[in-house]
Design a protein around this ligand. Sequence first.
Ligand code: 13P
Length: 253
Amino acid sequence: MMPRPKFIAGNWKMYTTRAAAQELAAAVAKGLPANTAVRVAVCPPFPWLTAVADVLKNSPVALGAQNCHYEKEGAFTGEVSPQMLLDAGCGYVIVGHSERRHGLGESDALLNKKARAALAAGLSVIFCVGELLDEREASRTEAVLDTQLTNGLAGIPAEHLGKLVIAYEPVWAIGTGKVATTEQAQEAHAFIRRKIAGQFGENVASSLLIQYGGSVKPDNAAGLLSQPDVDGALVGGASLKADAFLAIVAAAG
Ligand code: 13P
């Protein structure tokens, strides 16, 4: 089996001005070690995508969006299609972030439509899963992940699975400074990989990249990334500072 590359993505959420976004992207591109084997992406807010794409042209830093609709075009006020994201220069889109699942009520069925549409359009999808604190405390973590993966990834054709990335983001660790322990992360990632093996086969599972997300910082990244089933990180707060984000990339290298 080919060793899996590490993949670090920054989710900028609803932060940055246009100028700050361009500055941050430029600093990340400039600070990336030459010929790094680590895959790196940044996911700015929609309005800055093309401005950041300009900055990242000729750099190995990929561009991602934080959400998309499942239709190509139409009367969907306020929505953005996968095809528009491609046109804006995106290679990635985050689907199913907990701030959309729990904050905005997006269901597994809706997220499944989004993931399938984005993959069919040619985007890579970072599909987020993760349990709430009360679900973990009730020992329901694996059941929750199982349902989110079964329903969220249903019907994805085999030829699109190479562009799927999973992000395990325990909701209690997001933006709280309360990072999962390396053991908790490894245990959940190993479960996700076994689940994907059952759902799509061993080959898909063994090459699948599974990122951890939730309070990843420069001082805890190396420990998490040293776990055998942790293939990268989806970074929120620490991705808004180039130095911190680059330190996390360095910990993956
Ligand atoms: P924090 O790194 O700020 O906890 O956010 C994680 C996250 O939600 C990434 O998508």
